[in-house]
Structure formats: structure tokens, C-alpha cells
Ligand binder design. Structure first.
Ligand code: ARG
Length: 459
């Protein structure tokens, strides 16, 4: 292995410092992007006549061969190469000889690493987007099966008003759809080429930045070479968008964890996703949603790390940037794993206990608002109706009964305008169905939304 540094250096690096300095153990993930970046760079140098056709062909064929060998598992990038960029360059020189030494003309590892990581992240953003669509699809199918299944709706984790289970599930479709919008928005800023910024100032070598940008599928190029090599906003934005995906996965996880408790019993874990206890034979644990909820912390940590890494850095490139890789890689892996796990959990790991759900909405005061709204329809001012129903609920609590257990006469004792139709109106099904306002849980509205989502996800 040739010495990395120029002849300016007389001695060699301390062995520990060499390892400390090195990033190859993690940035080898960028190998294919690094090779693509170099192929584009070589083509460009040829087109601007900085290198001859012949040299370019040798360099490009050499790089293609390295790529094939890697894909055939013929080597694994490792130390003593400091990073993947040096590793490939040295491998090329070993393979094709001195002409390989022309590859690094007019570029620096600073613009090179920026290009590689953007190419890699762009691909992974698309993967995450697809996994999010996959999760949305299984959530949609669960919603579609449960238009008329009712579930208690909560505020403050106190029973509030009954809902269509489909409506509840589709709230998550909305969240994940915003997540996808955010990913696509970040993608625009990931998809800008820093290549050609060289170390920080540009280069006097005749290069064509648009040519390499086009070749690599970038939408545009960075306008300022200093910004090009020192911008990591895109990585922070990506991790921020990922943190929100994790927020949504974690909230859904938390609900599932509650639903499968004995206390709620709204759903049951199938054996596909449930785990046992090593001690208590009766246990069936929701490890999958718990892990997703727990892993959310890692992604927030990665966001915090990236923000902190960048905050004090003077322009332009600083080695601190090498520390951006692991948080980015870990975020991608964690988000992809959690999206996949949640998709399996929803698809085959969870069964709703419809009977328990239906019974749950029969056994509470979540129709109290409807009693008040009933009086409002009879021209009673809302605040007055609200107090009347408050008294009525208190009486029920004292008598340990539900509203539906009162007789019409008893109801009339609270307000004379109660008629016999009140009992029908406060049945959970009608309570849900009556919420016909836009965005509400009324069955008509929810079934319109199901139709919209079906078009959106399965067109
Ligand atoms: N391994 C480095 C990184 O990940 C590559 C760029 C190094 N540039 C430099 N001037 N030392 O950031």
C-alpha cells in the first residue's frame, strides 16, 4: 500500500492515530457511489480533453472491473486505506498502473465525499419512500375492513367520543403522507452536485460541472464552491424528516401496546410478532412496537449529533464532517427496519377484537355530547344543554348506570324536550354516523376518505 500523504511528510502516522483517523470501516458503504462518481469524473476529464480518450478508457474499464469484483464479493474494503476514496484510487492504480494516477485531477476528497453521500442518500430516500407506501397500503387495508367497527376515541387518554376504527387508522395515513412529502422535499436538496468544488475554491483544471452532474442524475449544481463542500443541511433535514417518521411509528406503537393489554383488550398479537417471557409462561409481549418506540430515540440522537457536529464549524471542509456518516447510515437503517417491522405487524401481527371494541363503546358516557347536541337541535343554547347533561351524567354516576339505562320520564326530569327518539340517537353507531362534518368520523365521510386513499395508493 503506497503512502497516503505527499512527500511533505517524512515520517509515518502513529498506528493508533491511523486507525483513529480512518473511516473505511463505515464509509465502505459508499463504494458503489464512489466508483460511479469517479467514472463520471473521468468521462468529464476526457470530454474537456484534460485526459486522452485512451487514458479515460483505461480508467473507466478499471473502475468497472473493481465494481464487478466487489459485486462478486472478491474483496472487502479495509484498512490501512484511510477511507473508501483512497481505497478505490489505490486499487485502480494497482490495477491499471500509472494512468490511474490521473483520476484525481481537478477534484478533492471534499467534493468527492459530498457527491458520494448525496448519491447514496438519494437512493435510500427513494427506498424509504417505498417502504412508507408499503406501510400505508397495509394500514389502508386494515381501515377498509373496519369502516363500521367502532372504537372509543380518547382525549387525555380518557374516553371522549366513539369513532370509526377506519377513521382512527386513516389518521396515520395522513401522517405518513406528510412524511413522504417531506422526504421528497429533502430529496430536492440532496440532489444537487458539489462535484467540481474541489477542496473549497474550485479548480484551474478545465472541468465541466454540468456534465458530471448530468451523468450522475443531479438536478443542479452548487453555486458556491465553499458552500458545496461544507453544507450538511441536507443530512440534517433528512434526519429531521426521519425523526418525524419515527414519531409517527412510535405513536402507533404506543397505541398498539395499549390495545393489546388485558386492560384494553382491543387487539391481540398473533404469534408472528409476539414474544414470550423467559420466566412467566403466560406472557405474550409486544416487543416489536416496543422496539420501534425505543429505536425512535436513536434517530433523535442522530439528529442531535448532526446538528452539534455542524454548529461550530468554520468554513469550509473540516474533518468533523467525517462524523456525519454513521448518524446518516444508522438513521437510514433504523427507519427502514422500523417501517418494515411495522408493516409486518399491521399486516399479520395484530388482530382487532371487534366484539370487545363494540362492547367498549356501549359502556361509557362517550355519547354525552350527543345528548347535549340533541337539546341544541331543540333550540336549547349549547352552554345550557351542556350543564343539563352534566347533571344527568352525575346522577347516572351516583346510580351506577349509563345514560341509556334512564327511562324517558327520568330524562324528561332533566329537560322536557327529550323524546323517545333520543335512545336511538345516542346509540354508538348513530353517534358516530352523525358526525358528518368534513373530516369527521361519520360513515359517509370515512367511506369517501377510503375511496380517496384507495385511488392514491392503488391507482
Ligand atoms: N473521509 C473523509 C470524510 O468522510 C473524506 C474527506 C477528507 N478530506 C480531507 N480534506 N481530509 O469526510
Amino acid at each position: 500500500m503506497s503512502k497516503t500523504w505527499s512527500n511533505r511528510f517524512e515520517g509515518s502516522l502513529d498506528q493508533f492515530i491511523q486507525r483513529f483517523n480512518s473511516s473505511i470501516n463505515f464509509d465502505k458503504k459508499l463504494i458503489l457511489e464512489d466508483i460511479d462518481c469517479s467514472i463520471a469524473h473521468a468521462r468529464m476529464l476526457c470530454s474537456t480533453k484534460v485526459i486522452t480518450n485512451d487514458d479515460a478508457t483505461k480508467i473507466i474499464n478499471g473502475l468497472e472491473k473493481i465494481k464487478k469484483d466487489f459485486e462478486n464479493n472478491m474483496f472487502d474494503p479495509s484498512q490501512p486505506a484511510e477511507d473508501i476514496h483512497y481505497f478505490i484510487e489505490e486499487k485502480l492504480i494497482n490495477l491499471i498502473g500509472d494512468v490511474g494516477k490521473k483520476l484525481h485531477t481537478g477534484r478533492s476528497r471534499n467534493d468527492q465525499v459530498g457527491t458520494d453521500i448525496r448519491l447514496w442518500l438519494r437512493k435510500e430516500i427513494d427506498n424509504i419512500n417505498h417502504l412508507t407506501i408499503g406501510l400505508q397500503k397495509v394500514l389502508f387495508l386494515e381501515a377498509e375492513r373496519n369502516l363500521y367497527t367502532l372504537i372509543p376515541g380518547y382525549t387525555h387518554l380518557q374516553r371522549a367520543q366513539p369513532l370509526s376504527l377506519a377513521h382512527h387508522i386513516m389518521a396515520y395515513l395522513e401522517m405518513f403522507s406528510r412524511d413522504r412529502d417531506r422526504l421528497m422535499d429533502v430529496r430536492k436538496r440532496v440532489n444537487i452536485s458539489p462535484l467540481g468544488a474541489a477542496a473549497l475554491a474550485g479548480t484551474k483544471i478545465k472541468i465541466d460541472r454540468y456534465l458530471t452532474a448530468n451523468e450522475l442524475g443531479f438536478e443542479d449544481i452548487y453555486k458556491n464552491s465553499i458552500d458545496a463542500v461544507s453544507d450538511r443541511d441536507f443530512a440534517i433535514e433528512f434526519t429531521c424528516a426521519s425523526s418525524l417518521i419515527m414519531v409517527h411509528l412510535s405513536r402507533l406503537s404506543e397505541e398498539i401496546i395499549l390495545w393489546v393489554t388485558d386492560e384494553f383488550s382491543f387487539a391481540t398479537l398473533t404469534d408472528k410478532c409476539a414474544t414470550g417471557s423467559s420466566l412467566m409462561p403466560q406472557k405474550k409481549n409486544p416487543d416489536v412496537p416496543e422496539l420501534i418506540r425505543g429505536k425512535t430515540g436513536r434517530v433523535y440522537g442522530n439528529l442531535h449529533a448532526l446538528l452539534t457536529i455542524v454548529k461550530g464549524l468554520p468554513l469550509a471542509y473540516n474533518k468533523d464532517f467525517q462524523e456525519d456518516k454513521e448518524p446518516i447510515f444508522d438513521t437510514v437503517k433504523t427507519v427502514k427496519d422500523c417501517l418494515s417491522a411495522m408493516t409486518i405487524l399491521i399486516n399479520e401481527g395484530l388482530e382487532f377484537n371487534k366484539d370487545n371494541l363494540m362492547n367498549a363503546v356501549e359502556e361509557d358516557f362517550s355519547n354525552a355530547t350527543d345528548l347535549a347536541d340533541y337539546l341544541v337541535e331543540k333550540n336549547v343554547p349549547f352552554r345550557e344543554a351542556y350543564q343539563i347533561v352534566g347533571n344527568l351524567v352525575r346522577t347516572c354516576l351516583e346510580r351506577q348506570c349509563l345514560i341509556k339505562d334512564l327511562t324517558l320520564n327520568e330524562l324528561r326530569g332533566f329537560h322536557v324536550d327529550f323524546e323517545n327518539d333520543i335512545f336511538e340517537k345516542i346509540s354508538p353507531k348513530n353517534v358516530v354516523d352523525s358526525r358528518k362534518s368534513l373530516g369527521g368520523t361519520g360513515f359517509d365521510r370515512v367511506s369517501e376518505e377510503l375511496k380517496n386513499w384507495k385511488n392514491e395508493l392503488f391507482h
